[in-house]
Ligand binder design. Structure first.
Ligand SMILES: Cc1cc2nc3c(=O)[nH]c(=O)nc-3n(C[C@H](O)[C@H](O)[C@H](O)COP(=O)(O)OP(=O)(O)OC[C@H]3O[C@@H](n4cnc5c(N)ncnc54)[C@H](O)[C@@H]3O)c2cc1C
Length: 424
């Protein structure tokens, strides 16, 4: 199964949105690309997420307030940010490191690094759309933060001012009465909102499917139900990947296995501190009056995304291990929280209930770069809450790194080598 061409071959482990994006930029650079997935293409965390393409989202999870929220969740199983204590050393170490990163300084440092990759990724999305229309519900319609309480609305003013001052991310402030004129789908009694005009949305499953079709047409091979089981090393290089469907050889390997990427740490002799951050979504038929753009409800920690054929509510961040249950109380919580802000409730009809494991790092930055002790292995994971948004820039960085070309944005903050002193 070894395939080679003049520019070399690459095997990517994981056909989530990150693996797909890496395939795009590597194929564009002339590589022969094979993408393996143990399940279906974009069938894991990249399937049912909220589809927000939001360069405005510069603030990482490790805010000072996150620590208190995590502590309180120990006593509240219904909290949208929830930590279930576990005794595994990797979990304890991850949580300790996360706690140490929940400071104002570290949050702002992280935000500065995120800003550079967010801006780059948004430009790549635009370039991608210019290469031909992807049938994926793409809409450059902005993102609205909506508040019910005056206090929530006024408190967010500080965050909004800080985003404008430090990162040049500016919003339009919309006072209560004007909000229901701005979007008649919202209840008339809301306190106000902040509108980030530069943001966009897409339907993530359709976006991935359309992108994969385009890549297949140009010769990229995708192999489903093909689990990478072990990596064979010779002279500091990975030479073969043994899978449930046989052995694959390649000149270079990219690990893009999402929340499961940590499973390769031992074989790569490299720390990959990624925990699953479980989230949920519920997709329902469009209500008679449907929001015209994506909405975030900070008071409920719920996001709403309107698609041409449905409406999605998404939320929750649970650190509960690789749990694959879909509790009905979470679905009710999503629907009740979302509809509390909408003038008309969604009608009865087909619904999709979903969960996904976000690949979370303790510093809220992705892991993109070469494996320190190997010559031909690269990691692209840890994108947390922003994997869809950051996919194109990640793919571009990986292609630049494999070809040893200059990288288009500073890559040190995302390097796997930053975890060298960690014991997992
Ligand atoms: C509720 C929710 C809402 C979200 N909303 C947004 C949003 O609005 N915008 C945004 O940018 N992000 C959002 N995210 C985050 C985003 O979904 C993730 O960051 C992103 O999907 C991660 O992509 P990935 O390719 O790294 O992982 P995945 O999509 O999980 O893909 C990894 C793939 O690797 C495969 N794999 C694993 N192990 C192996 C192996 N051994 N062999 C072969 N294959 C393997 C898996 O089967 C999987 O298909 C949201 C997430 C959730 C849960």
């Amino acid at each position: 199964m070894s395939r080679n061409n003049a520019n070399g071959s690459v095997v990517i482990i994981g056909a989530g949105i990150i693996g797909i994006a890496c395939a795009h930029y590597l194929a564009q650079a002339g590589r022969q690309v094979t993408v393996l997935d143990r399940g279906t293409i974009a069938g894991a965390c990249s399937h049912g997420n909220c589809g927000h393409i939001i360069p405005s989202h510069v603030l990482p999870l490790n805010a000072p307030a996150a620590l208190k929220t995590a502590m309180l969740s120990l006593f509240n199983p219904k909290a949208s940010f929830r930590v279930k204590p576990q005794l595994r050393p990797s979990f304890i170490n991850w949580m300790m490191q996360f706690a140490m990163h929940c400071t104002q300084r570290r949050m702002l440092d992280g935000a500065a690094h995120l800003k550079s990759i967010l801006d780059s990724s948004f430009k790549e999305f635009e370039a991608l759309n210019e290469q031909g229309t992807l049938d994926c519900d793409w809409r450059h319609s902005g993102l609205l933060y909506a508040f019910k309480s005056k206090r929530g609305f006024e408190d967010f003013a500080k965050t909004d001012a800080m985003l404008a001052r430090q990162f040049g991310v500016r919003a339009q402030r919309i006072e209560g009465d004007a909000l229901s004129t701005f979007d008649p789908a919202l209840k008339p009694d809301l306190a106000g909102g902040y509108f980030y005009e530069q943001d966009a949305l897409t339907r993530p499953d359709r976006f991935a499917a359309a992108w994969v079709q385009r890549l297949r047409d140009t010769g990229v091979e995708f192999v489903e139900h093909c689990e990478a089981q072990s990596l064979e090393k010779t002279d500091g290089k990975i030479t073969r990947v043994t899978t449930s469907k046989g052995v694959y050889g390649a000149d270079d390997i990219v690990i893009a296995a999402g929340a499961l990427s940590g499973g390769f740490a031992k074989e790569l002799a490299c720390s990959i501190p990624v925990l699953p951050g479980k989230g949920y979504s519920l997709t329902v038929p469009r209500p008679a009056q449907c929001p015209k753009t994506s909405v975030i409800l900070p008071e409920r920690n719920v996001a709403i995304t309107p698609f041409s054929d449905g409406l999605r509510f998404g939320s929750m961040m649970e650190f509960v291990g690789f749990d694959n249950s879909l509790p009905q109380h979470r679905m009710r919580q999503l629907e009740e929280s979302g509809t509390a802000y909408l003038r008309t409730a969604p009608p009865d009809g087909a619904r999709e209930e979903w969960f996904g494991w976000r690949p979370m790092t303790w510093d809220s930055l992705p892991i993109i770069g070469p494996v320190p002790k190997l010559n031909n292995a690269f990691i692209a994971t840890g994108h947390g809450m922003l994997g869809l948004m950051l996919a194109p820039a990640t793919g571009r960085l990986i292609a630049e790194m494999l070809d040893k070309r200059p990288v288009h944005i500073p890559d040190a903050p995302f390097s796997p080598a930053r975890f060298n002193n960690s014991f997992i």
